[in-house]
Design a protein around this ligand. Structure first.
Ligand SMILES: *Cc1c(COP(=O)(O)O)cnc(C)c1O
Length: 388
C-alpha cells in the first residue's frame, strides 16, 4: 500500500515494532486469562498485566493500584466523568470543562446535562490557552469536577495542569485530565500537579488500538467512582470484563519506550515541525499558525490557509494524510469547535490543516509535504483569483 506521507499522528499512530514483538506471545502460547487464579496460565498473564500496570503508574508518579485498564481514552473519560458525577451527585451537580475539550468530554457532559447536571464551558483565548482566572471564577459551592485537557488534539496547545490542579485542589474540586495526546510526550506527575483522574490511550503513543487506562487518585483525597460497566468485578470492581492481555502488554511496552525516548523525541519532532512551518511560510503568504507557537506539542502544526476554499484544500492534498479543521460526521461537515472557540470563523476553520508529526516521520517526508502544500495552495489560489 502506497498511501502517501502519514502526518496524522494525533489521530492515531502506527504500532512500534518492539510493541508488536512484546505482544505476540500473549496471543498464542501465553493466552491465559489474568483473572484465572488457579493455574499457571492465569498467573503468567496476571504477571504480565501487573508489570504493565506498574509501568503506567511509574510514568505518572502514581501507584499501580490507582491504574485501571479500559478500552481507550473515550471509555476512561466516560468512566471518570459519569462515575464521579454519580458518586458525588448528593454533594453537587455542577461540572466545569474547557471549550476545546475532546468530544469524549463534551458529549459525556452533554449526557449528564440530561440527567440534571449543570455544565459550565470555559472560553479560551485566541492562542488556545485557558486563563486560570476563568476556572477559579467558574467554581460554585456545588461544583464537583473540572476537566482540563493536557494537550489539545487539534492545536497541540498545552494547558498549565499544575496551575489548574492547584486551583481545583484549593477549591475542593476534583480535576480530570485528558492526557491522550500528551502521555509519554510531555512529563506529568499526578502528585505535583494535583491531578485526581487522568485518561490515556494506547493508539496515540505507538501502542495498539482498543486499550487505555484511567488513573484514579486513592488518597489525599481519595476519588471514588461508580462503575459504568458491570460484570465479573475485574479491575477491583470498577471496570468489569476480561482484560485483553496482549493489548495491556502492548500498552505497557509503548509506555516504557515512550518514557525512555521522551526527551530525544521532543527535540526531533520539534525540529521537524519547525522545518514544516518555516518551509511553508517562507514560500507562502497568508498562512497562520493556530495556537501558541511554543506551548504546544512538539509534533503539532495547525495552519490556516487564507484566500482559498477549504474544502478543495484537503482534496488537493490527497497524497498527504492530514486532518482538516472540519470534522466530518456522517453527511454533514462541521467546522472545528476548537478553532471556533479560539475565535476563528467557520470559513477559516475549514481552511485549516492539522499536521501531526510522529516518531517515524523523516525530514525527507517533511520536505515532500512542504513542496506539496506549496504547490497545492498556489494552484488553488490562482484558480480562485481566476474565478473572481
Ligand atoms: C484520541 C483522543 C481521545 C479518544 O481516545 P480513544 O482511545 O480513541 O478513545 C480523547 N481525547 C483526546 C485528546 C484524544 O486525542
Amino acid at each position: 500500500m502506497n498511501a502517501g506521507i502519514y502526518l496524522d499522528n494525533h489521530s492515531t499512530t502506527p504500532v512500534d515494532p518492539q510493541v508488536i514483538e512484546a505482544m505476540l506471545p500473549y496471543f498464542s502460547e501465553r493466552f491465559g486469562n489474568p483473572a484465572s487464579r488457579s493455574h499457571a496460565y492465569g498467573w503468567d498473564a496476571a504477571k504480565a498485566v501487573e508489570h504493565a500496570r506498574e509501568l503506567l503508574a511509574n510514568a505518572i508518579g502514581a501507584t499501580p493500584h490507582e491504574i485501571y485498564f479500559t478500552s481507550g481514552a473515550t471509555e476512561s473519560i466516560n468512566l471518570a466523568i459519569k462515575g464521579a458525577a454519580e458518586m458525588y451527585r448528593s454533594q453537587g451537580r455542577h461540572i466545569v470543562i474547557v471549550a476545546t475539550e475532546h468530544n469524549a468530554v463534551l458529549d459525556s457532559c452533554l449526557a449528564l446535562e440530561g440527567a440534571g447536571f449543570e455544565i459550565s464551558v470555559l472560553p479560551v483565548q485566541s492562542d488556545g490557552h485557558l486563563h486560570m482566572d476563568e476556572l477559579r471564577a467558574a467554581f460554585r459551592p456545588d461544583t464537583i469536577l473540572a476537566c482540563v485537557m493536557h494537550a489539545n488534539n487539534e492545536t497541540g496547545v498545552i494547558h498549565d495542569i499544575r496551575l489548574a490542579g492547584a486551583v481545583c485542589r484549593s477549591n475542593g474540586v476534583f480535576l480530570m485530565v485528558d492526557a491522550a495526546q500528551s502521555f509519554t510526550k510531555l512529563p506529568i506527575d499526578v502528585n505535583t500537579t494535583c491531578v485526581d483522574l487522568l485518561a490515556v490511550t494506547g493508539h496515540k503513543i505507538y501502542g495498539p488500538k482498543g486499550i487505555g487506562a484511567l488513573y484514579v487518585r486513592r488518597k489525599n483525597p481519595q476519588v471514588r467512582l461508580v462503575p459504568q460497566i458491570h460484570g465479573g468485578g475485574h479491575e477491583r470492581g470498577l471496570r468489569s470484563g476480561s482484560l485483553p492481555t496482549p493489548l495491556v502488554v502492548g500498552l505497557g511496552k509503548a509506555v516504557e519506550i515512550g518514557m525512555g525516548r521522551m526527551d530525544d523525541e521532543q527535540v526531533r519532532t520539534l525540529a521537524l515541525r519547525e522545518r514544516l512551518i518555516d518551509g511553508i511560510q517562507t514560500s507562502l503568504s497568508g498562512v497562520e499558525l493556530n495556537g501558541d507557537r511554543n506551548l504546544r506539542l512538539p509534533g503539532n502544526a495547525n495552519l490556516t490557509f487564507h484566500d482559498l476554499d477549504g474544502s478543495s484544500l484537503l482534496a488537493g492534498l490527497a497524497s498527504l494524510s492530514v486532518s482538516s479543521g472540519a470534522a466530518c460526521s456522517a453527511a454533514d461537515v462541521q467546522p472545528s469547535h476548537v478553532l471556533m472557540a479560539m475565535g476563528r470563523t467557520a470559513e477559516l476553520a475549514n481552511a485549516s490543516i492539522r499536521f501531526g508529526i510522529g516518531r517515524f516521520n523523516t525530514a525527507r517526508e517533511i520536505d515532500g509535504a512542504v513542496k506539496l502544500v506549496i504547490e497545492t495552495v498556489e494552484r488553488l489560489r490562482k484558480r480562485r483569483l481566476a474565478a473572481t
